[in-house]
Ligand binder design. Structure first.
Ligand SMILES: NC(=O)C1=CN([C@@H]2O[C@H](COP(=O)(O)OP(=O)(O)OC[C@H]3O[C@@H](n4cnc5c(N)ncnc54)[C@H](OP(=O)(O)O)[C@@H]3O)[C@@H](O)[C@H]2O)C=CC1
Ligand SMILES: O=C(O)C(=O)[C@@H](O)[C@H](O)C(=O)CO
Length: 280
């Protein structure tokens, strides 16, 4: 039987599983298969995006899954090219069609693209789409404190989630403090650093040996203990299961601090600073 995953309460009264499944760059049948085995392993939070080109495959896996649809949290993301109000409404309707689902559980603005300057319009559209029931919860991704302040000031609606880059080389202490103050749940993208996480550092291998778990599990557990929801991607059923099995062991405070100390001055994976990196 699949393990039960703890959940977090979100600002809008919904809940979010404490770990999720990333789907980039899975596509087509390989994506249907990987998402299917992830759901069978126990994942209930799925992370897709218009720009991954795999919403249809994720939706197909959801329809095939032998779990209640209401137990799954399907997340998708609005691409930069759809940031106008009308464009955002059309984009979400397109995501619903591509997914083949009646409702998206969590829709995020993928990147703020500040030089375009239309993310607040996109946020107003998501607020209205939530009111109309097309999306259950709304959030953002790659937003800075200033981007968050602007959309909250303009609409009075706080995103439930901000999905940001977070791994031991880039632990995001400042953004996590902002989220804590605002009641926003942090999600970690590339939680294993796209295979470049420090899996062989003593700060990681030490706790792994002590606890009898893998280095990957130690890094994901570090995220969980810092209050973030990691969304690791794996096409390998064995790793999918391990990446979900995070709730039967605990790191000490000193172990958490030692992993956080692996931070690098510019630890980002590909220079994805949301003030300058833009994706359409
Ligand atoms: N909002 C945003 O801007 C962004 C969101 N994302 C989301 O975050 C998700 C996860 O990030 P992603 O960039 O995929 O990177 P991850 O950090 O999840 O790393 C994925 C890679 O790590 C390997 N891997 C998985 N588990 C383990 C393990 N336990 N030990 C060692 N290697 C492992 C996988 O290989 P294998 O498949 O062979 O197991 C894969 O190559 C994405 O899929 C996407 O959904 C990602 C980037 C940006
Ligand atoms: O995967 C995503 O959500 C992205 O935004 C991509 O840009 C991703 O970060 C990537 O792989 C870039 O190389």
């Amino acid at each position: 039987m699949a393990p039960a995953i703890p959940t977090h309460d979100l600002l809008d009264g919904t809940t979010l599983p404490a770990v999720g499944f990333g789907t980039y760059p899975l596509r087509d049948d390989a994506c249907v298969e990987a998402v299917g085995s992830a759901i069978a392993a126990g994942y209930r939070l799925l992370d897709t995006a218009v720009n991954y080109g795999n919403e249809a495959a994720v939706g197909e896996a959801v329809r095939r899954a032998e779990v209640d649809r209401d137990d799954l949290v399907v997340t998708s993301k609005l691409p930069g090219r759809d940031h106008g109000y009308d464009e955002a409404v059309a984009s979400v309707r397109g995501s619903l069609r591509a997914l083949g689902l009646e409702r998206i559980d969590l829709h995020l603005i993928h990147w703020p693209n500040p030089s375009v300057g239309r993310y607040a319009e996109a946020w107003r559209a998501l607020v209205d789409l939530q009111r109309d029931g097309l999306v259950r919860s709304i959030g953002v991704s790659n937003f800075t404190e200033a981007h968050l302040a602007r959309i909250i000031d303009e609409t009075g609606v706080t995103p439930v989630v901000n999905q940001i880059e977070m791994h031991p080389h880039f632990p995001q202490a400042a953004m996590r403090a902002v989220h804590e103050r605002l009641g926003i749940r942090t999600e970690s993208w590339s939680p294993l650093g796209k295979r470049n996480a420090p899996l062989d550092e003593p700060a990681v291998t030490g706790p792994a040996a002590r606890l009898g778990v893998t280095p990957g599990q130690v890094i994901l557990r570090w995220q969980v203990q810092l209050g973030s929801v990691p969304v690791p991607k794996s096409a390998t059923p064995e790793r999918q299961r391990a990446n979900l099995d995070l709730f039967g062991f605990e790191l000490t405070d000193a172990e958490v601090a030692a992993i956080s100390a692996l931070a690098r001055v510019d630890g980002r994976l590909f220079g994805g600073d949301p003030d300058t990196h833009e994706e359409m």
